[in-house]
Write a protein that binds this ligand. Structure first.
Ligand code: GLN
Ligand code: ZN
Length: 772
């Protein structure tokens, strides 16, 4: 029996890679220095895993920016537009140009596109394929890292993203072909790489094919069969590990069971169902090893050893001990690194901390589980099992977690709680008469610039350098300035600016029961960007209003309506580490009820427009289509629980960004928000098509200002976008707003851009009123 680690975080436990990358980009450190920092992280990781005694230690799981980009470069798949960068002598110049774009010495080339890695919050760089795409082995990163570990006396298991997943992750840059047709050209280059690894002494190679969790066509399944049959033929001595994770194999299982691979990996955290299918399958080759992905790579909870041992026993009873490996469910890339660094008990109470395991601790668990199987009766192992049982039991009964009043409130929810009193048309006329808005009403998405100064108030306040009164006064002054600015340019629905918020999820989590926070629980999101998700460990409830003071203060300054700003339940859930002892749907409904209370308090305080942001609804979609409906049902219900307590005359907005709405547009409509604002400016309104084809019934604000770029749009561009929207939607449904919040922009550009936006709306208003 071996322990099998599918990958390890590479940012360093104190985000050393982030700091090194950013310093290198700013020319604060040399290339050599940067590469040394990176090598240190790799070597520390290997040494740690080796000392603990992990059997299959991963290599090539490190990346300076992104593992898909590494492979793209390895296979020589470089888009034409970078051809002039290739000539430069610094090897990283091209790499970072592809990742981040390049603007220097006469070059001005945009970056490659980025998108989410399956259902995680990690973003990879999307490979680009042309019809006549060729491949060549350009880079030996995987080989070099294998050799680097070997020099430390550690023989690793290199990881390669499999060829089928690599092709499917990419996009075609021209029509008339499908990228899967490139397989025959791609395989020989993979084979060259594999041969080089074997030459250096690699015995095992892990091929990651997470596309196997998705619904594959017959042709794509055949591509899998072809790849691994050929690979096994070409390298009969190579021990191929086929790794799929994040969900079941679904109906790809039959294809996979027939493959001539050394070991097959199953994500047992996400897919317990198929363990039986595999163990009972007659076609499962008795020589194949089953790698049981039992340590959760996607969440932060301690492993329940007793439960894991049951799974392992079940598998070994059928396959025998030497045909079962104990593994992490997926790469630990998606977990924070070291729980031992967490010492702030106010943010993370000791009682909660004992329920957790981060990457370092997960590796210990992996090794410990094997010890428990091999040597269950040693004194040491008996004590360890007992301690684990104790922590698991403590968690299941802790008073910190369980709040009967919250549970009973969720159980008493009725369909009425998630539906508005009247249909949209009736609400719309009431809202019209109360709000008295013009044609093409203008608004923003909520946040205004989070300047260094604003952030410094928060940190001074947290450190105790300024008092609550002083802090409140500073925020109030900033709100007042922002209200005055919005009035001065003539926006129709104002916002307070969200200056009091560090982050749209953390701000609410910090005020709700059931949430904890880490100090170093960073997870890579993309490149050097990391996020620190809150931990939802217990039943969620609200003890006091969270936003009412600020919004009510803003409203007291003006007669123009001020919009209350909240983060929706699905987004709070999606961007947190969520408890695993009850269905996500239940946790989401608890959060929804807390937000509902806030919505009602805002309404009582006289706020007539309330926005509930749900930018993460789409990314929560399960990987397999057959699971979409169940998710969308509870996600929609949760949003509506939070939104539907209000009177017809209160206008509910929602906001979503980075979204392809085509395949979920009916669910977006089912949210029944009075107004939805979306990101459309970059795609030149193409993202609107889904709403047009569907004849979206409610009001809609297609973004006309790309806030992700410092560029200030001029009035002509805004007018062009708006006129496009007018051709597509009923004009009385159209709102005018930016794509998203303005927190990352600075004031001068924000002022100029919003002035153009409002003036353009006024101009169009005048034109259309004359026509009418
Ligand atoms: N209201 C938030 C803001 O304006 C929305 C952010 C988001 O959609 N990601 O910043
Ligand atoms: Zn947004």
């Amino acid at each position: 029996m071996k322990t099998n680690l599918l990958g390890y975080p590479r940012i360093g436990s104190k985000r050393e890679l982030k700091k090194s990358s950013e310093a290198y980009w700013k020319h604060d450190i040399s290339l050599e220095n940067h590469l040394q920092n990176a090598a240190k992280i790799r070597q520390d990781n290997w040494t740690y895993q080796h000392q603990l005694g992990v059997d299959l230690i991963p290599s090539n799981d490190f990346s300076l920016y992104d593992q898909v980009l590494d492979l793209t470069l390895t296979l020589g798949c470089i888009p034409e537009r970078y051809k002039d960068v290739t000539l430069k002598d610094n090897p990283l110049e091209l790499y970072y140009a592809m990742a981040r774009g390049i603007q220097k010495e006469g070059l001005d080339i945009i970056a490659m596109e980025m998108t989410k890695w399956f259902d995680t919050n990690y973003h990879f760089i999307v490979p680009e394929f042309s019809k006549n795409q060729t491949f060549e082995l350009l880079n030996l990163k995987a080989v070099n890292e294998f050799k680097e570990a070997l020099e430390l006396g550690i023989k690793t298991k290199p990881i390669l993203i499999g060829p089928v997943t690599f092709l499917l992750l990419g996009k075609e840059t021209e029509s008339n072909f499908h990228r899967i047709d490139l397989l025959d050209k791609l395989l020989p280059v993979y084979f060259q790489l594999v041969e080089k690894l074997i030459d250096e002494g690699a015995e095992y190679i892990q091929f990651d094919e997470p596309c196997l969790t998705t619904n594959l066509s017959v042709k794509e399944q055949e591509a899998i069969t072809k790849t691994y049959t050929k690979l096994a033929e070409a390298f009969p001595k190579l021990k191929i590990i086929l790794a799929n994770y994040f969900d079941c194999y679904g109906d790809n299982l039959e294809t996979v069971l027939k493959l001539p691979v050394h070991a097959l990996h199953l994500d047992l955290v996400r897919c317990q169902l198929q363990l039986d299918d595999i163990l009972n399958a007659e076609i499962f080759n008795t020589n194949t090893i089953l790698s049981l992905g039992i340590i959760d790579g996607r969440n932060i909870w301690k492993n329940d050893f007793e439960k894991s041992l049951k799974h392992i026993k079940k598998a070994t009873a059928v396959l025998g001990k030497d045909k079962v490996w104990i593994a992490s469910s997926c790469s630990l890339l998606h977990s924070p690194i070291d729980l031992d660094l967490e010492t702030n008990e106010q943010n993370l109470p000791l009682e909660v901390k004992q329920w957790l395991a981060f990457a370092k601790q997960k590796v210990q668990e992996l090794v410990q589980l094997k010890a428990l199987v091999i040597n269950p009766n040693s004194d040491e192992n008996i004590v360890k099992l007992k301690a684990n049982k104790h922590a698991i039991l403590n968690k299941s009964t802790s008073k910190l977690i369980h709040d009967e009043s919250v549970k009973s409130r969720v159980s008493k929810l009725t369909p009425q709680d998630s539906s508005r009193q009247s249909v949209f048309k009736q609400r719309q006329s009431q809202q019209k008469s109360i709000l008295n808005l013009p044609l093409f009403p203008t608004t923003t998405i909520g946040s205004f610039p989070q300047t260094k100064t604003v952030r410094s108030w928060r940190s001074k306040f947290k450190k105790g350098d300024i008092s609550q009164t002083e802090y409140d006064q500073l925020i109030q002054d900033e709100i007042e300035d922002t209200i005055r600015f919005q009035e001065s340019i003539g926006l129709d629905v104002l916002v307070h600016g969200e200056f009091e918020r560090n982050d749209m999820v953390e701000y609410f989590g910090e005020q709700l029961n059931g949430f904890a926070f880490t100090s170093f629980g960073w997870v890579q999101s993309y490149g050097s960007r990391c996020v620190k998700p809150p931990v939802v460990f217990g039943d969620v409830s609200r003890t006091h209003p969270m936003t009412v003071n600020w919004t009510a203060y803003a409203q007291s300054l003006t007669d123009v309506p001020v919009k209350g700003m909240l983060t929706g339940p699905v987004t709070i859930l999606q961007w947190s580490f969520v408890r695993n002892d009850q269905p996500r749907a239940t946790t989401c409904k608890q959060i929804a009820l807390a937000i509902r209370d806030e919505v009602l308090d805002l309404e009582s305080a006289g706020v007539k427009v309330i926005q509930i942001d749900e930018p993460a609804i789409r990314e929560g979609l399960p990987l397999r289509k057959e699971d979409w409906k169940a998710y969308l049902d509870w996600a929609i219900e949760s949003f509506k629980i939070s939104a539907c307590g209000v009177a017809d005359s209160t206008q509910i907005h929602t906001h979503m960004c980075y979204s392809e709405f085509n395949d979920i547009i009916d669910s977006v409509a089912a949210l029944d928000a009075d107004v939805i604002t979306i990101e459309t400016s970059r795609s030149k309104m193409e993202l609107l098509d889904a709403f047009v084809d569907y004849k979206y019934p409610n009001e809609i604000g297609p973004g006309v200002y790309d806030i992700h770029s410092p560029r200030i749009p001029n009035s002509e561009e805004i007018e062009l976008l708006l006129k496009k929207a007018c051709n597509l939607l009923p004009i009385e449904h159209i709102w005018v707003n930016p794509d998203c919040g303005l927190k990352t922009r600075d004031w001068p550009e924000t002022k100029e851009a919003l002035t153009h936006l409002v003036n353009t709306a006024k101009k169009l208003r005048a034109e259309f009123q004359i026509e009418a």
